[in-house]
Design a protein around this ligand. Sequence first.
Ligand code: PRP
Ligand code: URA
Length: 209
Amino acid sequence: MGNVYVFDHPLIQHKMTYIRDKNTGTKEFRELVNEVAALMAYEITRDMPLEEITVETPVAKAKCKVLSGKKLGLVPILRAGLGMVDGILELIPAAKVGHIGLYRDPETLEPVQYYAKMPSDIGERDLIVIDPMLATGGSASEAIRMIKEMGARNIKLMCLIAAPEGIERVQKDHDDVDIFVAAVDEKLDEKSYIIPGLGDAGDRLFGTR
Ligand code: PRP
Ligand code: URA
């Protein structure tokens, strides 16, 4: 079964408080989501392989480490996943970005597909599927299923807030996928919104309703 990692660094917890606050406006919400995504990416990439090279400092030769060129891919689930992309790209500018278009039907709660475009070398990349919210887990599970069908092999899932139900669903459907979150909340409400959550992530990021 995939593991669940909760990144509760004080900086992340502080920023998450203002992300949750309904009085935080669109501009600040967007900035905070990108900042938390970058902090989480810093932790997630802790196991990236390094190789040794030699450089010359102004005074001597030094054996130093550089990333060994492992290829990364980000896979935001549209729309709300887009809100995390820029923050991660600030740290990992060479990452390729694939897109999965899904929305949750408000009546059935089933994910509805409308777009999929992945890097051509998807099978050679470590992929991070990103979405601020893991509620029932239907969208994330379907996105992971879709990219596996397209050839993805090494997949991680990164969300800001997860409900226990969403974690359980992804673990059941994809036991090879580790899940990284900033918070695990209490439960889902009758409309399958995360409680206490942050509301509708896409609407808050893009100023829609
Ligand atoms: C939200 C969120 C997830 C999904 C989570 O997207 O960004 O993709 O719901 O719910 P689930 O775990 O129950 O599937 P939404 O469907 O609102 O689309 P949007 O990003 O276009 O606003
Ligand atoms: N999607 C959201 O944006 N928020 C939730 O709480 C659940 C699904």
